[in-house]
Design a protein around this ligand. Sequence first.
Ligand code: ARG
Length: 363
Amino acid sequence: MLIVAHHRAQASNNVDDAISHPRNNENQEHPDQRVLQQRIVGGTVVAKWETYPFMVRLPAGCGGSLIGKNVVLTAAHCVEGKWAPDHVTLGDLNKKEGKDETTVKVAKVIIHDKYTNRPATNNDAAVLILDEPVDITKFPPIKYDKGQNDLSPGRTVTTIGWGSTSHNGGSSPDLREVEVKITDQSVCNKKMNGDITDQMLCASDTGKDACYGDSGGPLFDRKTNCLVGIVSWGIKCAMPDREGIYSRIESFHDWVTETVEKNGGMWCDDCVWDGKESGNGSGSGGSGGGVVPADEGNDCEKCINILEDSIDKKKCKYSCKLQSKLGTDKRKFRSSCIRACKNYHKKKSRGTQKECCKKTGVC
Ligand code: ARG
């Protein structure tokens, strides 16, 4: 994706032909696959996946953002029909290497009930509920815009993805990032042939844009660490007289919240991404990890979640809370919390213990 060569606009008479949206290729392969063989043109490579630990990769070549412990927000057009993913990947940097990747199964795909793709893509959003919560010490979710984020024209926002590096370029094996600026809604509407609705957010900068294969990925504000948009559509990529179009999360945040809550999604209110690199999730302690101390009880929390007995649950929870209140240093807190949970599990059958080990990896 991104930082596309600044070529002169070839004013197309048939604008629709060039719209970078899968529906124009309905009977062909997914457009993101279509460009795989072609050439990569520059861009800014993200050096570590830990920089953006909420970034998710969908198998069909789209992005997504982790917004809860088991919740991904992506574009509807990325997951409709045959593109519905059965799993997602976290911790991905180079698509081909898969060094630190974690794969999680998808339990449910919920597309925005007002999603449409003609005449223009609108309400392009979908929630994926994962089979199990991820390890949030490694993958802290990003908070999303419920109306609190400044979306004034000119404000700088960032988008990331593995998409094409130019309109004619191939998708990138490396995760890339680019900064663009929010565009005034009516200016954008004029540039985009009147197709812009209140559910869209426009952003651009000279020679910079999201492109094919970046869809579903995040548009976020580095000053607030808040997710404000979802890569949705465009007309070619980085065209001087065009805009990158994102789903405006603020406009349907109620739908996101309700959908997550109705479908068994788990929030992570006190452990959202704080803009820093995430820790490695293996007990590295307080050395600049992206997670606040209270989150270090996460493994413990996962243990709690699979405890069936409600009294055990309570006791275990209490023990975790106590540890966090005592303000024990991160590493100590983590291990004593896990120990407390393990002790409760010991009382259970070996089967339950095994399940705990498998699910949490802490035993
Ligand atoms: N629809 C494209 C995809 O499926 C994303 C296009 C974004 N285009 C743009 N010029 N900003 O990946």
